[in-house]
Design a protein around this ligand. Structure first.
Ligand code: IPE
Ligand code: IPE
Ligand code: MG
Length: 246
């Protein structure tokens, strides 16, 4: 049965964020090197990108490389960076065919120049697309983002562009890397780990959390539909009582 038919299209999450985890364990289970897991993880990326675009989800954000991931063995970091460049090149057609705009968040200037260049090329190429925004979190860490936000706002205070009394949540939102994105509605993490790992701390304040044991390379459209169906069963109260909502 196609689970897609059980999704209420009127109540789709506006912003889905995914912590794509478990590539290494997936490869290990198969007696293969971790790189094999990362390569197969790109198939799952295509699955969720297409599924979200087809459904009409407006924003999808994927955690692809964290600030902490720089501490992995040099060879693995190199493999991941190479894979990024080749995937970006390969997926331009999928993005154009599906009218998807690519965006990126994170400390992007710390990426190798090849990655940075390819990334910006695809961002430029797709910047008129408007069916869905796909955001890649690359060299992303939520604390680094918040630190950067504090610095940016401080500079404006110092130069009398912002007065400290007027700093509110919307000013903070405008200075985050995610400035143009709505808050996360649904956060998915694969591989059975139940932690946030420095991802979008501010933006997930009221997100529904969904954890699945499925390892990332095994994640398919049907798995995404399952997560959305579960999300739609939840009552999002935002501090109110159930009675107030009905
Ligand atoms: C997620 O899979 C991909 C990245 C973090 C880049 P992992 O590489 O973390 O896989 P596990 O968690 O070791 O299985
Ligand atoms: C989180 O996965 C980062 C990404 C998915 C890119 P990790 O595998 O790096 O997370 P931890 O370190 O196990 O929490
Ligand atoms: Mg992991």
């Amino acid at each position: 049965m196609d689970l897609k038919n059980n999704i209420l299209l009127k109540r789709l999450p506006k912003h889905i964020a995914i912590i794509m985890d478990g590539n290494g364990r997936w490869a290990k289970q198969k007696g293969m090197l971790r790189a094999f897991g990362h390569e197969n993880g790109t198939k799952a990326v295509r699955e969720v990108v297409e599924a979200c675009a087809e459904l009409g989800v407006a924003n999808l954000t994927l955690y692809a490389f964290s600030t902490e991931n720089w501490n992995r063995p040099k060879l693995e970091v190199q493999t991941l960076m190479k894979l990024l460049v080749s995937s970006l090149k390969k997926e331009i057609k999928t993005l154009q065919d599906n009218n998807i705009r690519l965006s990126a968040i994170g400390n992007l200037t710390s990426l190798p120049s090849k990655v940075y260049k390819e990334l910006h090329e695809v961002i430029e190429l797709t910047n008129q697309n408007n069916r869905m925004t796909l955001t890649l979190a690359l060299s992303y860490g939520s604390r680094e983002e918040l630190l950067n936000t504090v610095k940016e706002i401080s500079k404006k205070v110092k130069n009398n562009i912002i007065s400290p009394e007027l700093i509110d949540e919307s000013i903070i939102n405008e200075h985050l890397y995610t400035q143009n994105l709505p808050d996360v509605d649904l956060l998915i993490r694969t591989s059975g780990e139940q932690r946030i790992s420095n991802f979008l701390l501010w933006q997930i304040a009221y997100a529904e959390l969904y954890f699945t044991k499925t390892l990332w390379p095994d994640f398919t459209k049907q798995h995404l539909y399952e997560a959305i169906i579960e999300y739609q069963k939840r009552e999002r109260r935002f501090g109110k009582t159930s009675e107030q909502l009905n």
